[in-house]
Design a protein around this ligand. Structure first.
Ligand code: AHG
Ligand code: MN
Ligand code: MN
Length: 334
């Protein structure tokens, strides 16, 4: 193994580059790290302990059946961050409204966090990799009082840190504080995340495309034409491309980040805004892909330039290798 640098040490080493480096962001990210270890431990037992897998019997504000692990992960991240008193508020896929922490010390926190505590829930019970997605903003409301809705409705361009945990064949945290994207791999034997992928960059070109082809009949014509293009035989342009779709955004994103590729969850006739949520799925992933040299668009504008209006609003998502996203944009312009 190369340099033995832990996630904590690497954050501290870089914290002087954080805007407003007060140590608070470092404490916040260590809260993410701790919660990731706790959730990882539960996920690894999911097959054994039936109170972990399966339906919670409730639905979330999205109208989706909450898996027990969704609710569990949400609680762990909410508690771990609340205990560190650096976030004054949290918004989550699994919370109807945002949570404004009530303690005075939290209300003096400078940051808010948005989180998808468990991404890829449909894969929990079939032992396919899942993840957690998060992004962090500085609060814009006055410190010393509860967080406000506008703290959470900032454009993705204002993100100060974003990342994901992928609970896969190995568990990794991949994140950026605006100085590139770095990957940290968990060593369960000593309970430490080690820097394993410094300055991750997505290749400008790729041949992997990730989409739920089952929605083909519901895509608009430009998207259908692009997907036909991906499947045409043309060795000169490295086609047909390769189709890879896991059904967990975090896992599809992570593979494409490493190998090059494009992920798309476009609008459909029955979901005109697509399925993915802007604030805690599209924005954090768009921040990361741009930090890694890629592009992210809703088909009309950069994801990070969208001004949010609601916590759980959805938006179409196309992101990945620069030249692949630009190729798709040419089909959208037709
Ligand atoms: P979540 O489990 O947090 O609701 O996210 C699931 C998302 C995303 O992870 C994945 O790429 C997409 O839903 C899969 O949707 P389809 O099953 O409709 O393809
Ligand atoms: Mn998700
Ligand atoms: Mn989720």
């Amino acid at each position: 193994m190369g340099k033995l640098i832990t996630l904590g040490e690497h954050i501290v080493k870089n914290q002087d580059k954080f805007p407003y480096a007060t140590g608070e962001l470092t404490a916040l990210l260590s809260g993410i790290k701790l919660a990731s270890k706790v959730v990882n431990s539960e996920i690894n037992k999911a097959g054994l302990v039936d109170e972990i897998i399966g339906q919670e019997g409730q639905t979330n504000i999205q109208g989706e059946d909450q898996q027990k692990l969704d609710v569990y992960a949400n609680r762990i991240f909410k508690e771990a961050l609340g205990a560190r008193a650096v976030v004054c508020g949290l918004a989550s896929e699994e919370e109807d409204d945002y949570v404004a922490y009530e303690s005075e010390v939290c209300q003096n926190g400078s940051y808010i966090i948005l989180i998808d505590p468990l991404d890829g829930s449909s894969n929990i019970d079939v032992n396919v990799s899942i993840g957690t997605i998060f992004c962090v903003y500085r609060r814009i409301s006055e410190p010393g009082q509860p967080a406000e809705l506008n703290d959470f409705l900032q454009k993705g361009r204002e993100i100060v840190a974003a990342g994901y945990v992928v609970y896969g064949s190995s568990t990794m945290i991949v994140m950026s504080t605006g100085q590139g994207v770095h990957g940290y791999t968990f060593d369960p034997s000593i309970g430490v995340f080690f820097l394993s992928h410094e300055n991750l960059r997505i290749p400008d070109n790729g041949k992997i495309y990730s989409v739920n082809e089952g929605n083909f009949p519901f895509f608009d014509e430009n998207i259908r034409n692009y997907l036909k293009h991906c499947k045409e035989y043309d060795p000169a342009s490295n086609r047909p491309y390769t189709s890879r779709y896991i059904g967990s955004l975090v896992s599809d994103f992570h593979r494409n980040l490493i190998k090059g590729g494009i992920y798309l969850y476009p609008a459909t006739s029955h979901k005109p805004k697509g399925k993915l949520r802007l604030l805690y799925e599209c924005n954090p992933m768009a921040f990361l892909i741009e930090q890694a040299g890629g592009l992210a668009t809703d088909g009309v504008q950069d994801i990070l330039d969208i001004k949010p209006t609601e916590l759980h609003q959805r938006c179409p998502l196309i992101l990945g290798s620069k030249n692949m996203v630009n190729e798709l944009k040419r089909f959208l312009a037709d």
